[in-house]
Structure formats: structure tokens, C-alpha cells
Design a protein around this ligand. Structure first.
Ligand SMILES: Cc1ncc(COP(=O)(O)O)c(C=O)c1O
Length: 398
């Protein structure tokens, strides 16, 4: 049987996520990887999760293991009614908040509910490739919005909104993946005003906001335009990604459709993980554990920045992220980061060539994404020194 002939039109738009392919290669070989985007395993509170698993069974009994409502496990929703407003998210209530199987599934469900073939999504370039994988099967076209060191440029977004009928805008305003950039307060307000003026929706993907190592906490864009924003968050970076718990606050009429779409997709997110997440919040454990994660990652960020400063040759620039998990580096024009990557792999070091984070081919060839959370400082220092040595040779050769 030729399976290709059996595939739906939609499936033909699916592509293997290029980063996942890189990660597979990297995992097979014995190399230091700055390519991944995983939280550090030592950031997971194993003993606490063991205790909360037992507490969940004591407290919720069979309810923690039963089929449940699609909207989410009620004790977790109630805990989020308190937690999310502390993070600056507004309009959090039973009509607007629902729980999803990781925030990745929110990207898919939003695509499913909003996008017909040919609809336009405005997206900052570069962006999170996992989002493009999630949206692609719904066959959108993408309109790129220009960015600078402060993230998306409001004037560029306005030009796009004037010229195109945009179904929704997709942004990562805080510690963006892949760049680590953060949109300043003034721009958040400008973007919110544009959403209202042009009556367009924003999908605000916000997995990293709690991981701030320096600078001032900023409110989500959702706070300034709650009727136009689908706010998406996750427990993956503040507890453990294996639990697959994401949460979404959307305008009530849209939240209803997201829940209906989710019903057909997976009925509900796993109850037991939601029970653990609920106890994590209500027991005050996030408050005690988060500083540990932040301290671990801050040291790793600072170590990588110091090594870059000390060793990278002239012509390379990098973002100094105030939080999150990634650092974005740009080499001199003409640099081929993919060849640099291939040479580094031979010497046992991996990173992500930045071109994989753009949906347009031929863009971002000189860029790279480095993860700083997975590797201990002494190891990442060795890795960055290798990148610097190879970069020096590459530039001299060029
Ligand atoms: C920007 C962004 N959005 C969404 C996700 C998906 O996260 P999860 O499904 O674990 O919540 C990730 C994962 O790294 C991410 O970087």
C-alpha cells in the first residue's frame, strides 16, 4: 500500500520539526548540547512530587484518576484563579480559563479553531518553530513582522495589520524562544492598542515569564487588551514538563470553542498531573521552589555570558537575556552558522543554527540559539570555548 496516497491534504502540510531532528542527532552522539530547550533535570523537585502524588490521592481519592471535565480539574482551576492575577493576567474566571495538555496543545487547538486554509497569521521572525509545526496543518500563510533587540516593532506590526487581514498575531513577549528578548512595557501597551484598533486577536505564548533572573517583572500584553488576547502558560518550566499541564485564558466566547475542540481531541488533560499541580500552587511550594530554579539558571546564564565575552571573536553579538532559557547570537554577515554547527559537532559541541527558527528560507543564516539552562557552568564554558575557536577559524578562512 502506498501510504502517501492515503494522506489527507492537511497531513501534507505537516513537516518534521527541524529542531526535533537536530535534537535526535545530538542525543545519539556523545556531545555537549547547547541545542536543547529542556529544563535542567536537577530543577525538578523529585521528593516534593513524590509527596504531592501521595497527598493528591489522600485529598482527591479516585477523583484524581477519573475522567474529568474538559475545562480542567476544578482544584487546579481554583488555584489558578489566585495565581494568574498575581502574574498580571486579568479576567481569569470559569468562563475564560481552561487547562490543556501542555501549552503546545494550546497552539494546536487555537490553530484548529481559528485558521481556515489561506488565513494569515502574523508572526515575529525568528519565532518558536514548535508553533509553526502546530499551525501548519491548518494551512495558514504567515506574514513576518520585523523585530529588533527589544522584540517586535509596533510600527512594523501596524504596517502588517494595515496591509493584511490577519486572523491572529502570534507573539512571545517575554524571554522569547529563540532570542531571549523581552518586549518593553511601552511596546506592550502599543501592541495592545493596535489589537484593539484593528480588532485583531493575539496569541500571547508565555512559558518563561516566571524565570526572571534580573530586571523588572512586566505585565503580559493580555492585561491591556483582555478581549483580544489568548494568554497561554505552562507548568513545564516551573514544575516539570512531563506532567504536560498548560493553561489558557481567552475571551469567554472563544474559550468555549477551544474547550469544544479539545473535547474531540483528548477529552481532558490528565487529572493526576493536574491534581499535583493544584497542590503545588495551593501548598505554596512554587514560592519556595522557584527561587531555587532561578538561582540555578541565573548562574548558568551569567557563566555563559562571561565566557562569550571572554572568547568570542569580533563580529559576534549576542542578546543578554533577563530570563528564560536561551541566548541568541549573531555572527558577521556572510557567516554560515550551519557550517559552524557541523564543525562544532565534530568537536563534540552542538547548538541550534538560527535559520531553523525562521519560516522563510534563506533568512538568519548567521544566527544561532544557545541554551544555557541544561549545562553546568564548567561544561558550558568548554562548549562556548569550542564554538569560539571554530568561529575564529571560520572567519579567518572566510
Ligand atoms: C515558546 C514555547 N511555547 C510553547 C512550548 C510548549 O511547552 P509545553 O507544551 O511543555 O507547555 C514551548 C516549549 O519549550 C515553548 O518554548
Amino acid at each position: 500500500m502506498t501510504i502517501e496516497a492515503k494522506l489527507s491534504e492537511r497531513t501534507k502540510y505537516m513537516q518534521a520539526n527541524a529542531l526535533r531532528e537536530i535534537l535526535k542527532v545530538v542525543a545519539q552522539e556523545n556531545i555537549i548540547s547547547l541545542a536543547g530547550g529542556n529544563p535542567a533535570p536537577e530543577s525538578f523537585p523529585l521528593e516534593l512530587i513524590r509527596q504531592l502524588s501521595s497527598d493528591a490521592l489522600d485529598k482527591f481519592g479516585a477523583g484524581a484518576l477519573q475522567y474529568d471535565k474538559t475545562e480542567g480539574f476544578e482544584p487546579l482551576r481554583e488555584a489558578l484563579f489566585d495565581y494568574l492575577p498575581e502574574q498580571g493576567v486579568v479576567n481569569v474566571n470559569r468562563q475564560t480559563l481552561s487547562i490543556f495538555s501542555g501549552s503546545q496543545s494550546i497552539l494546536d487547538i487555537v490553530g484548529k479553531v481559528l485558521v481556515s486554509p489561506g488565513d494569515k497569521i502574523a508572526i515575529e521572525a525568528p519565532s518558536y518553530v514548535g508553533a509553526i509545526s502546530a499551525f501548519n496543518p491548518y494551512q495558514p500563510t504567515y506574514v513576518s513582522v520585523a523585530t529588533d533587540d527589544d522584540g517586535v516593532i509596533p510600527e512594523a506590526l501596524e504596517a502588517v495589520l494595515k496591509q493584511h487581514t490577519i486572523k491572529f498575531v502570534y507573539l512571545l513577549p517575554t524571554f522569547q524562544n529563540p532570542t531571549g528578548r523581552t518586549l518593553p512595557l511601552e511596546r506592550r501597551k502599543q501592541v495592545a492598542a493596535l489589537l484593539e484598533n484593528y480588532d485583531v486577536l493575539l496569541l500571547e505564548d508565555d512559558p518563561y515569564n516566571a524565570l526572571r533572573y534580573s530586571g523588572e517583572t512586566l505585565p503580559p500584553i493580555q492585561q491591556y487588551a483582555p478581549d483580544h488576547v489568548i494568554y497561554s502558560g505552562t507548568f513545564s518550566k516551573i514544575l516539570a514538563p512531563g506532567l504536560r499541564i498548560g493553561f489558557c485564558v481567552a475571551p469567554a466566547a472563544l474559550a468555549r470553542w477551544l474547550v469544544i475542540a479539545k473535547q474531540g481531541s483528548d477529552l481532558h488533560t490528565q487529572s493526576f498531573g493536574q491534581a499535583i499541580a493544584a497542590l503545588y500552587l495551593t501548598g505554596g511550594y512554587l514560592r519556595t521552589h522557584l527561587p531555587y530554579i532561578i538561582n540555578l539558571y541565573r548562574q548558568r546564564r551569567d557563566a555563559m555570558l562571561a565566557t562569550l565575552e571572554a572568547h568570542m571573536p569580533n563580529g559576534f553579538q549576542w542578546v543578554r537575556p533577563e530570563g528564560g532559557m536561551f541566548l541568541w547570537m549573531t555572527g558577521p554577515i556572510g557567516l554560515d552558522a550551519e557550517s559552524l554547527y557541523q564543525e562544532c559537532i565534530k568537536r563534540g559541541v552542538a547548538f541550534v543554527p538560527g535559520k531553523y527558527c525562521y519560516f522563510d528560507a534563506g533568512v538568519g543564516l548567521e544566527t544561532m540559539r544557545l541554551n544555557f539552562t541544561m549545562t553546568a557552568p564548567e561544561v558550558s564554558t568548554k562548549a562556548v570555548q569550542t564554538i569560539a575557536t571554530v568561529a575564529e577559524q571560520t572567519i579567518v578562512k572566510a
